[in-house]
Ligand binder design. Structure first.
Ligand SMILES: [Zn+2]
Length: 323
């Protein structure tokens, strides 16, 4: 499990740089939350943030928290000021260009530069608190100039924020060779091999069997009852499945929407509770008991999983109930 500490610059009473009716603290938080959102789509990563709201956190508190957590990487997000234009990134000034820190920073720098439509001001070094006092490898990005109109206009664009956040996440994923944890949202039907399909299908709830795919679709002319269990898929047509206990021989057509229990639909902002029976997060780690029986907020919805805000974790939809 690689531990990534994301540090949105400034916050609370410290607004950071200002310009063009923008405050640095707000932009850094939006980008950092986007980094977290995209990074949490990967397996084997644990994420902590120095702040997730507009609150005051001292520089010392930021590095102390990352150090005591034992983060593997410290990523600090900032916005520049001083009437320049463009993107630049920093590592601690005592590090060499061939250091592992420098190489990691280069990966992030290139990823972000490829999407932010900002001039490249280069990969730089500086004696900054968060880079110096963090015990782990660290980088700080300056994502444009808040007091320069052509840079600031981008910061007002939600799509730009998302792109920049995603690029930081992709950089980290590349550095640690992280793999996406969620399967594609629409499963691609497997190609039939000769006459049979190798897939199996689990009928969760006893359902009706039909003679044709069309009947199954219309739920007309029921022919048999298909009891719960695992079946071979003989054929697929119009979203219907022909399932059989004997591989390679035709069985009954079923309507998959009736054979699986209906799942409640979730939307962002819903309050849910993790079921007592739940064992692991969608990413595989054990669910500690203290998060159960607690009202949690849905922050993101994927095909089979939900990102819960208070615990920054992906949980299988089947493991939660609506509050
Ligand atoms: Zn700053």
């Amino acid at each position: 499990m690689v531990k990534i500490f994301i540090d949105p610059g400034h916050g609370g009473t410290d607004s950071g740089a200002t310009g063009n009716a923008l405050l640095e603290k707000n932009i850094t938080l939006q980008i950092a939350l986007a980094v977290r959102k995209y990074l949490s789509e990967y397996k084997g990563v644990s994420i902590k943030m120095s702040r997730t709201t507009d609150k005051t956190v001292t520089l010392n508190e930021r590095t102390k928290e990352a150090n005591s957590w034992g983060a593997d990487y410290f990523l600090s997000i900032h916005i520049n000021a001083g009437k320049g234009t463009g993107f630049e990134s920093y590592i601690f000034n005592k590090l060499s260009d061939t250091s592992s820190s420098a190489k990691k920073r280069t990966i992030i720098h290139k990823k972000v530069l490829a999407v932010n439509e900002l001039r490249n001001r280069g990969q730089k070094k500086a004696n900054l608190h968060v880079l110096r006092e963090s015990k782990m490898e660290a980088a700080l990005t300056e994502n444009g100039f808040i007091d320069t109109a052509i840079d600031a206009i981008k910061m007002k664009d939600k799509a730009w924020i998302a792109r920049v956040g995603k690029a930081h996440a992709e950089g980290i994923a590349q550095i640690y060779n992280l793999k996406k944890s969620s399967p594609p949202s629409t499963p691609t039907p497997s190609k039939p091999t000769s006459n049979s399909i190798k897939d199996t299908y689990k009928v969760i709830k006893t359902t009706e069997g039909y003679s044709t795919a069309q009947d199954a679709k219309n739920r007309k002319n029921k022919r048999s009852t298909v009891s719960a269990g695992t079946y071979y898929v003989y054929k697929k047509a119009s979203g219907m499945l022909n399932v059989t206990k004997q591989k390679g021989t035709p069985g009954s057509w079923i309507n998959p929407t009736t054979s699986s229990p209906k799942q409640p639909s979730f939307k962002v902002g819903d309050h849910v509770v993790i079921k007592n029976s739940a064992k692991t997060y969608a990413t595989g780690e054990k669910i500690p008991s203290w998060v159960k029986n607690k009202s949690l907020t849905v922050q993101q919805v994927a095909s089979e999983r939900l990102l819960l805000k208070e615990i920054t974790s992906w949980v299988k939809k089947t493991d939660v109930s609506k509050k």
